[in-house]
Design a protein around this ligand. Sequence first.
Ligand SMILES: NC(=O)c1ccc[n+]([C@@H]2O[C@H](COP(=O)([O-])OP(=O)(O)OC[C@H]3O[C@@H](n4cnc5c(N)ncnc54)[C@H](OP(=O)(O)O)[C@@H]3O)[C@@H](O)[C@H]2O)c1
Length: 150
Amino acid sequence: MEDLYQEGKIRAIGVSNFLPHHLDALLETAKILPAVNQVRLAPGVYQEEVVAYCREKGILLEAWGPFGQGELFDSKQVQEIAANHGKSVAQIALAWSLAEGFLPLPKSVTASRIQANLDCFGIELSHEERETLKTIAVQSGAPRVDDMDF
Ligand SMILES: NC(=O)c1ccc[n+]([C@@H]2O[C@H](COP(=O)([O-])OP(=O)(O)OC[C@H]3O[C@@H](n4cnc5c(N)ncnc54)[C@H](OP(=O)(O)O)[C@@H]3O)[C@@H](O)[C@H]2O)c1
């Protein structure tokens, strides 16, 4: 990948689900810092260590599953914050992700949802709301990256 980068064939190198110890191992030999690390991040799914590490190194965090893979929609707390802003749960989740400096990677197969999800810019979340979203309990059947056996 570094050769392709040097040859100008690719513009950036990204990794996914890399935890600090993976990045440490990579950076022992890498000549080019990965531009992005795609990890699971959503309200209620906050991986402090990898977030702090990537922020410190200047690696963009791309938040996969920004709606908690759909589980966020049942959260009363998120519904409440959304209602206070006159926005949807999806828009609030994306606004939170952007406020944290993440690049959210949402998925929908529904055209009207894709369109509505785009209306997530300019939502001013308070510090308290951001903290609530960071720490809410969301039921998750999917493995968290930090639960995986690497
Ligand atoms: N790097 C990795 O290891 C990894 C792992 C998993 C996923 N990903 C990437 O992350 C992307 C997103 O992850 P994900 O699909 O698992 O989770 P997600 O984006 O958090 O959630 C997707 C779910 O939210 C629903 N949804 C979207 N907008 C909505 C809205 N406005 N109202 C109600 N429901 C809405 C979708 O339903 P509909 O589609 O039915 O509208 C779908 O069920 C994927 O496309 C994938 O590329 C990466």
